[in-house]
Design a binder for this molecule. Sequence first.
Ligand code: ZN
Length: 341
Amino acid sequence: MLRTTIAGSLPKPAWLAEPEALWAPWRLAGDALIQGQRDAALVWIKTLEAAGIDTVGEGEQFRDHFVHGFLRKIGGIDWNRMTPMGIRADRYTAEVPTVTGALSRNGSVHGAEARFARAHTDHKLKFTLPGPMTICDTIADAHYGKRADMAMAFAALLNEEARELEAIGVDVIQFDEPAFNVFMDEVKDWGIAALHRAIEGLSCTTAVHICYGYGIEANIAWKKTLGSEWRQYEEIFPALNESRIGQVSLECANSKVPLSLIGLLKDKEVMVGAIDVASLDIETPEQVAATIRGALEFVDPERMLPCTNCGMAPLPRRVAEGKIAALGAGARLMRKELGGG
Ligand code: ZN
């Protein structure tokens, strides 16, 4: 019970990329870069194992950004045609590449990385991919015309990739969909259909991570506009509970999400965010345990997976290490309290 995991991304070591920055350029190149990424992945896999985290990952050490890392190997995208775009309903603006032709996957994107991670841990292994809706909110379209159509095209490619990851031995394939908390109507119209296309034919565990974003300034400012209760999940959880996705995440640590919304996910495993990624303060194990305890009112411990609110890529490395340790220790405290192992 209370099997622990993390949302996905972790900081790059300073020798690999500039710390505490998103889209930080690599500090290595060529073979040295690949070796550096592998070393960094190994550091995090072993750090997670040592903290007692049950389902581990490589901390996204092989990609410069959680969306663009996947897109870089996809055909039909013009990286020289950068378009300024309002992201997440104009929460912030970014220069994004442009889809100029039919999308294609011309070979494995993350296969070698997953194989490396699989070879270095006996724990359950999670691998994250960007969700189709979030991809479409992070790239400009000059070809498909309709977002839903472009999302379905991406979903087909994600499905090819996911099948390969499953064959390599990945236990949990998670799609990151922070856009689900912004475009709630579209989630019901086509977002879940696109996710279903992405998981078609998989027999491994599938998950969707939906969050209020990294602890960057634009997200912190946005959260201030959301009022005293964050109820975005309420609009999409009933549809997600009906979906074929296995696990659904939500932010619980230091968030204004009413924990009762967990009750909308009766048929799912629930990843409960018990680590605040927007704060440099490292939680104590007791604080993590208190968040888990609160969530246990609405989900039984067999269906709950204590997790981080979101990825920790922009955090200082020492802070992320501390938070991982606190997550493991807090879950152990609660297991003891519940009389389990
Ligand atoms: Zn997130």
